[in-house]
Design a protein around this ligand. Structure first.
Ligand code: F6R
Length: 365
């Protein structure tokens, strides 16, 4: 089943151009400006009456929800909240009456997510789910949903399911945006960007050897920070989760600007940072954050889009990702983060597909 690969995690990372193509297939409208989904069980008229979205999930899927929050607020201008499923179910949160609840779960069997979904349904909210397992409990119990079609994910650490969840949230942002104020032209740009993405991922994957060489130099640290702003903040959280779960290195993700409010105390020669830098309005502020780390002798791996001009003397290692539309940045930037964790874990002799203490599907509370 592994073919030429050594581990399922490696195979699943490399499958992403195809798993993402499969998730897009047949989901773009003929006019080339929007996406659509067969199973939402909600008409455009009903969706126009939704005032708020609440996303619930656990772990990696929760990080995908944070990306969804950013993209849907930006492109569809609908307020979004994101909750850990395990917290939501006991919090008894008052929700707006026109709230649509969306559960994201790769397995569709995570008990905390299921319990949160049931609580939302009990209160009479309309529910949707995004999941990768056809016929799973969460898929069956939600009022409508979107299947990921990413193919089975065997490695315990989620990789291709994560990028697929982000992509579907981006497509949902596009669809909801086009029902509201997103223009035809902006819609066309986004569709083009999504269609171009699989090839751009292949370009990133071709840097595997380079990333493996970088990983070698960082395999013996015991702490690591992942820093990013805006859309890159959830990817920083995901990078930290990936590294800690498969390599057992203590890692934390932060919005880069939060450093000065505490975490910067951790920076030293013993604690490297992974910076996720993309071009855009606050790029120069990311540079200032990189400088703060450098000044404290912290090693820096920078993962950056091509259009970022990162002064070479500021960083120790650089991985460049192709220039792309904002909506696909969180997906493209995830790939080097996954590869970095994978290779660091291998260097440390860890069982990447079956990390200690973890199960693929968490069906206990
Ligand atoms: C981490 C990971 C977990 C899952 C979480 C939710 O790599 O895989 O954090 O994301 O247990 O699982 P699902 O998506 O099946 O509900």
């Amino acid at each position: 089943e592994l073919g030429d690969y050594h581990h399922f995690m490696e195979k699943e990372i490399f499958e992403q151009p195809v798993s993402l193509e499969n998730g897009m297939r047949g989901r773009f409208a003929d006019d080339g400006s929007t996406a659509f989904f067969g199973g939402l069980n909600l008409t455009p008229q009903e969706l126009r009456h939704v005032d708020r979205l609440l996303f619930i999930a656990c772990g990696t899927a929760w990080h995908a929800c944070l990306v969804a929050e950013y993209l849907i607020e930006r492109y569809a201008r609908i307020p979004v909240e994101v909750e850990y499923a395990s917290e939501f179910r006991y919090r008894n949160a008052p929700l707006d009456k026109n709230t649509l609840v969306i559960a994201i779960s790769q397995s569709g069997e995570t008990i905390d997510t299921l319990a949160a979904l049931r609580e939302a349904k009990r209160k009479g909210y309309r529910t949707l789910s995004i999941n990768n397992s056809v016929g799973s409990t969460i898929a069956r119990e939600s009022d409508g949903g979107i299947y990921q079609h990413a193919g089975p994910e065997i490695g315990v650490a989620s990789t291709k399911a994560f990028t697929s969840q982000i992509m579907l949230c981006a497509m949902l942002a596009l669809y909801l945006g086009r029902l509201r104020d997103l223009s035809y032209g902006d819609g066309v740009e986004i569709v083009k960007a999504l269609k171009a993405m699989p090839e751009q991922i292949r370009e990133v994957l071709r840097q595997n050897d380079k990333i493996a060489a970088i990983a070698k130099q960082y395999a013996n640290y015991e702490d690591c920070l992942f820093l990013g702003r805006q859309l890159m903040f959830p990817i920083a959280l995901e990078g930290a989760l990936k590294l800690k779960e498969i390599s057992y290195i203590h890692a934390e993700g932060y919005p880069a600007a939060e450093m000065k409010h505490g975490p910067i105390a951790l920076i030293s020669e013993q604690c490297p940072s992974v910076f996720l830098a993309t071009s855009g309005e606050i790029f120069h502020k990311s540079l200032a954050n990189i400088q703060e780390v450098k000044a404290r002798k912290g090693k820096i791996i920078c993962i950056a889009t091509e259009d970022c001009d990162i002064p070479e003397d500021l960083i120790d290692d650089l991985v460049v990702v192709p220039e792309c539309h904002e909506i696909v940045k969180p997906i493209l930037m995830s790939i080097p983060v996954q590869l970095l964790s994978y290779h660091i874990a291998l260097e440390r002799g860890c069982d990447v597909d079956k990390p200690r203490n973890l199960a693929k599907s968490v069906t206990v509370e």
